[in-house]
Ligand binder design. Structure first.
Ligand SMILES: [Zn+2]
Length: 758
């Protein structure tokens, strides 16, 4: 509280909190003189993104539903293309043909003990001018659900993750032949029907509980930002942790003549029909259920007694049928050619398709990206020449399954693996804190950029806001504070990337160092993937003055410029080494935790403990017996982390001395930069992850049973979590080999840089 008062006084006194260019430190990867020139261009750049333009562009791009296959999706792509051309970029549209199912038949009805038919319709809200565009809106559904017509007893499965089914088994409840009803949340939505089908369910309903994004968290739309009773979250349920993109063309671009799987042989469609419903439609179903009362933390916020169901009396009839059409998608690809290193590419993207009008998701990010492009184009006309080539993309088809980015990345895989330095993604944007995630070789760069972008509400840097949140543990903060309290100035850790947006094909399939950024954490909302995510909602309840849109454009554009202009690409491997050491410690602890848990459960089973504590009127069965893990040999991984650590420190020393005395001549650092470009590739494995060879990165992957949530060192971690003990040592060896490749490469770059010392 005290700090805020001081900051407010400084602002009121007209003092700039961000230091002036002259007193700022030399930028990573730049010589002192090139750093100075870069800072001049960056401050010109940061003055250009314009909130009024962003507002006008959002109003236009979100004026009608713009999902894949809709006329307005194509119209937006054409409009974005024309913008890039008018900004001076070399731009074109790249088209792909993808499987995109749309609803043909949808029915949810309670057939016992009473009859109720779900509305499955989001109503017009009088004050919201686009909410009434029903003829253009996609009905509420989950894309890539299997077709089906099923009837069965209803079972409540909480969030529908594997641990929830263990809990159900202990209450003696099976979902075989049942229709499950799951809350949204707790995992990515596609996990819910996948796990339900694995346990024998025949159908799956997913509803938005008001405890998660409805009235429990604030007033509902249009009085407030939260989900109204009939609001529904659409979304894809394709098995993205197996592979994203067009289900019919895994691993190759969905071009006109691509070889395609049939719908029947595609691996990523669900095995059972699934449909999302509102809490208005869910309440009568939940109220009709019998069986034991759910565990306390399974309860939502509806005024009903939540029960597990099972044998009855509630029975539901579910019908889902889709038109299984191939639809065109339109990626806008724009390029500014590099002056001295045109074969090194910096790629930046944000999707343009929405589920309906999609103002917050994705137009809030799209309008920031457009303003970056306008500013970079303007500077180009003023004489700025990026060393490297900059490619800006507006992706189509992100919502159904990262279609536009994945098909483009697969089509251009060979040239991207040769030329792409980094990929920078954004998607949604709101008020609050700068969310930073990505490859840890870029952690220092992102920290540096966050220090040079001003937070519009507090006027301190976006970085200071993040550090201070860590100290006090505010909303979304880590909590607890740094050791000893107070500001330490140490790098703020960025999160690892799982999935859920367009960085996935670049990072996890092609091994291109990637970043995801966006502001958030202060706006509540319950309009995600509904007809109410529109211009009216955004301009009443989110970044209403578009100052956070401007801050996103400043942060993302500054990152792109630094990557495009640096003498030596601004990667750092010390943070990567430190992060891999943390992952290693977590995995060793995970093994020991699993050992303790399983041993204690098995001992209690042997002693008959579970039957003694079970209430005979509400019995709970013992958990299943498991085999505790043996000891594993983590030493290859320990050695590899040490090697990377040593190489990374040597690299830092060489980098600092190589640039201290001035900018090298163009081309002098080609060899060094080309090796840095390959540094993320060294972390890939050709054979990919177990059961999902499309995913080739050995450090970062979406969890097979979490979806969006990341699993770091996924081969080892998932083997430990899923009791696949016989896989662990082999997976340790694979990760160790990747880190050793990285250490060898980084060491050779350090030597090369050292040889350049003047
Ligand atoms: Zn999005």
């Amino acid at each position: 509280m005290h700090r805020i008062t001081v900051a407010a006084l400084l602002v009121a006194g007209g003092l700039s909190i961000l230091p002036a260019a002259a007193e700022q430190p030399t930028l990573r990867g730049f010589s002192p003189e090139s750093s100075h020139a870069e800072r001049d261009w960056e401050s010109k750049f940061q003055a250009m993104p314009d909130p009024a333009q962003m507002r006008a562009h959002m109003q236009l791009l979100a004026a009608h539903p713009h999902h894949v296959g809709s006329p307005y999706d194509k119209q937006n792509a054409d409009w974005i293309l024309a913008q890039y051309k008018s900004y001076g970029w070399d731009a074109h549209i790249e088209e792909f043909d993808v499987l995109f199912p749309t609803p043909k038949e949808r029915l949810v009805e309670l057939v016992a003990p009473t009859h109720f038919r779900a509305k499955l319709q989001e109503p017009t809200v009088a004050v919201d001018p686009t909410s009434g565009q029903h003829a253009e809106q996609l009905p509420t559904y989950n894309a890539y659900s299997a077709d089906g017509d099923v009837t069965g007893p209803l079972v409540y499965v909480n969030y529908g993750v594997p641990a929830d089914y263990d809990e159900l088994a202990r209450k003696g409840i099976s979902v075989k032949g049942a229709i499950v009803i799951s809350r949204y949340g707790g995992s990515w939505r596609g996990i819910k029907p996948k796990v339900a089908a694995e346990h024998g369910a025949v159908g799956c309903l997913i509803y938005s509980d008001p405890g998660d994004d409805g009235y429990a968290d604030g007033s509902t739309f249009p009085d407030g930002p939260m989900r109204p009773a009939d609001g529904v979250q659409r979304g894809s349920v394709a098995d993205m942790p197996t592979y994203p993109g067009d289900p019919l063309t895994p691993g190759v671009g969905a071009t006109k003549d691509a070889k395609r799987l049939t719908v029947a042989t595609a691996q990523t469609l669900t095995k059972i029909p699934v449909l999302p419903i509102s809490y208005g439609d869910a309440q009568p179903l939940l109220a009709a259920m019998g069986g034991p009362v759910v565990p306390t933390d399974w309860r939502g916020a509806l005024p009903v007694t939540y029960r597990l169901g099972g044998s009855g009396p509630a029975r539901v009839h579910l019908v889902v049928k889709s038109n299984w059409d191939i639809k065109p998608i339109y990626d806008v690809i724009a390029r500014l050619n590099g002056s001295t290193e045109p074969d090194e590419w910096i790629v930046r993207g944000n999707h343009h398709d929405g589920w309906v009008n999609g103002a917050e998701d994705p137009i809030a990010g799209q309008v920031a990206e457009l303003e970056e492009a306008r500013a970079l184009g303007t500077m180009y006309s003023q004489g700025w020449r990026p060393k490297r080539t900059i490619i800006y993309a507006a992706w189509d088809g992100e919502e159904p399954g990262l279609l536009g980015s994945t098909e483009w990345a697969e089509t251009h895989a060979a040239e991207l693996q040769q030329h792409a330095v980094a990929y920078l993604n954004s998607d949604t944007n709101e008020r609050g804190y700068l969310g930073l995630s990505g490859s840890h070789s870029l952690e220092k760069l992102l920290n540096d950029v966050a220090k040079d972008v001003q937070d519009p509400e507090t006027k301190v840097s976006a970085w200071t806001r993040l550090e201070d949140r860590m100290l006090v543990g505010g909303r979304g903060g880590a909590g607890g504070g740094a050791a000893g309290g107070g500001r330490s100035g140490a790098d703020i850790p960025i999160s690892a990337l799982g999935s859920g947006s367009d960085y996935t094909p670049f990072l996890q399939h092609l091994g291109i160092a990637s970043i995801n950024m966006g502001f958030g954490g202060e706006d509540r909302g319950g309009i995600y993937h509904s007809i109410y995510d529109d211009f009216y909602w955004y301009t009443h309840f989110s970044d209403t003055s578009f100052v956070y849109g401007r801050a996103l454009a400043q942060a993302a554009g500054t990152t792109v410029m630094r990557l495009a202009d640096a003498d030596v690409l601004p990667f750092s491997f010390t943070n990567l080494a430190a992060t891999t050491r943390q992952y290693l410690t977590q995995l060793e602890q995970l093994r020991d935790t699993r050992d303790r848990e399983i041993t204690s459960i098995d001992r209690n089973i042997d002693a008959g403990v579970y039957s003694v504590v079970s209430d005979p009127r509400d019995p709970t069965l013992a958990p299943a017996r498991e085999t505790p893990p043996p000891h594993f040999d983590f030493s290859p991984l320990e050695d590899a982390v040490d090697s990377l650590d040593g190489a990374a420190s040597r690299y830092e020393r060489s980098l600092n001395s190589a640039l201290a005395n001035g900018a090298p001549a163009a081309g002098a650092l080609d060899q060094v930069n080309q090796q840095i470009v390959q540094s993320e590739r060294a972390l890939l494995s050709d054979e990919g992850l177990k059961n999902r060879p499309w995913y080739k990165h050995l450090l970062y992957a979406p969890g097979y049973y979490t979806g969006y949530g990341v699993k770091t060192m996924p081969g080892v971690r998932e083997a430990l979590e899923q009791d696949e003990w016989s896989d662990v040592n082999g997976e340790i060896a694979r990760v160790a080999a990747a880190l050793n490749r990285e250490a060898t490469l980084v060491s050779s770059i350090a030597t090369e840089l050292g040889g350049r010392r003047r």
